[in-house]
Design a protein around this ligand. Structure first.
Ligand code: SAH
Length: 432
């Protein structure tokens, strides 16, 4: 479901209201909104009023989307201004990216976030989308050194949802208004390729919804079946673009080349690609992060990047996790979001749970102010949710306000996604 920024009615003439919205005024058709008066707050898609919203909720949504800090452009260093100009011309260089990655001063960072936020608003307008994720199995055949689901972890109680449970959970989410669902699991071959395809087909046959699969390295044939069954996208991180670091973290013969090979054929198969890496892995360098930006640019329609959180019962459980390190990761994650917004202006950039886990509720606001434009809510059934422990203390909160005001009853939300995805897929095709 998608959510737009609320506007305040400043005048009404017949069925048209003039609305102050995100710093501009807009004429909005009010045929579908009954009884609205001057001073009321409304939600609109484009020039069509959708519904009234109370003032308190309106302010809450605005505070999440709008940064009130004003940046004095004259005060920003000239080099930064040059880089911003190149971003708008889509000519950012590797040196530019490195310069941005190295920014430390609060004022410079505020300028970067602000520019990214302006880019988001200009390119993607004033709405953000909310997607859902259902984690349907925590079994995994892999042994990724950072992940609590690794097969060597004998302390984790394992679960698998049945096909009926998965389709029921998806059905419930769709009824609540979700238009894009990610189905995620460990690498669990208990579900055959055909079983996964059947799940997608069953959900799609009854609903207008986009399904993204996040099931790991299962080879070309599997993804071909998933595409044929109606899956639209994949969530598949390359984890780190440094092949040596990748090898160190992924035993049992896993390697980066095979991971990237998957991304390549996924793109060729016509999937919308959500990918990215972990930020703050032990042994990761600045050069690695720079290459992560470039690798993400190469593959991603949607960015999925989050901080590494040390997890109990894994080889990296004892990695340093001081307040200072946590803050560094949060800051670096926000910086990467902002840089990626400048580097891939059309990208869908969700705020990931790991960032919220480290930064709390405020992390969401900070990320949206730094150029992120979507949220991913956990819709795993409550009895399984605590068991999907890729890392501990995962952030989870009931998201009433978002669901309440998502414009989910309306076909617009689906059409908007469809249109955007089509554009992105066209872009992918040109690259293939
Ligand atoms: N099996 C699927 C899904 C993996 S779990 C696949 O292979 O794509 C989803 C993501 O969680 C991983 O891609 C990884 O980047 C992230 N993750 C795992 N352990 C983590 C940790 N300790 N801290 C932060 N993120 C972690």
């Amino acid at each position: 479901m998608c959510l737009t920024i609320p506007g305040k009615i400043i005048s009404i003439n017949n069925q048209t209201a003039r609305v102050s919205l995100g710093g501009e005024t807009r004429d909005v058709f009010m045929g579908t909104v009954k009884g609205a008066k001057i001073g009321d707050w409304i939600l609109a898609t484009g020039n069509i009023g959708v519904r009234k919203i109370n003032a308190r909720d309106a302010r809450e949504i605005i505070s999440l989307l709008e940064d009130s800090k004003q940046i004095n452009k004259n005060k920003i260093d000239l080099k930064l201004n040059d880089i911003f100009r190149r971003a708008w011309d889509r000519r950012l260089t590797k040196d530019d990216l490195l310069y941005l990655l190295r920014l430390q001063e609060d004022e410079d960072l505020a300028a970067l976030y602000s520019e990214a936020n302006v880019m988001r608003k200009t390119i993607l307008k004033d709405f953000i989308c909310i997607h859902g994720i259902i984690e349907f199995s925590n079994y995994c055949q892999n042994d990724c050194a950072y992940c609590g689901l690794r097969s060597a972890n004998r302390h984790l109680k394992r679960y698998r949802m049945t096909i009926n449970e998965i389709t029921a959970a998806a059905g419930k989410a769709i009824q609540r208004g979700y238009k894009l669902l990610v189905l995620q699991s460990g690498e669990d071959f208990f579900y055959s390729d055909d079983a996964l395809a059947e799940i997608v087909r069953k959900i799609k046959e009854k609903n207008r919804v986009f399904i993204f699969m996040s099931v790991g390295e299962r080879g070309y044939e599997c993804y071909k079946k998933l595409k044929a069954a109606g899956a639209s996208g994949v969530l598949f991180r390359y984890e780190t673009s440094n092949p040596r670091l990748f090898k160190k973290l992924h035993p049992r013969g896993k390697n980066l080349a095979r991971r990237l090979e998957h991304l390549k054929f996924m793109k060729e198969l016509g999937f919308f690609i959500a990918t990215g890496s972990l930020i703050g892995l032990p042994g990761q360098t600045e050069k690695d992060l720079l290459n992560d930006l470039l690798t993400t640019k190469k593959y991603a329609n949607m960015v999925s990047m989050g901080p590494f959180i040390p997890t109990a019962d894994t080889p990296l459980a004892k990695s340093p996790h001081t307040e200072e390190i946590k803050n560094w990761k949060v800051r670096m994650n926000l910086k990467m979001i902002a840089i990626l917004r400048l580097l891939i202006p059309e990208a869908r950039i969700p705020v990931v749970t790991a960032l919220e886990t480290l930064a709390g509720e405020d992390g969401r606001k900070q990320a949206l102010h730094a150029g992120a434009n979507s949220l991913m809510f956990n819709l795993t059934p409550a009895k399984y949710r605590p068991l999907y422990k890729i890392y501990g203390n995962k952030f989870y909160q009931k998201e009433n306000i978002w669901e309440k005001y998502g414009l989910f009853k309306y076909e617009e939300s689906y059409k908007m996604l469809e249109e955007r995805m089509a554009k992105e897929l066209e872009r992918n095709e040109k690259q293939n």
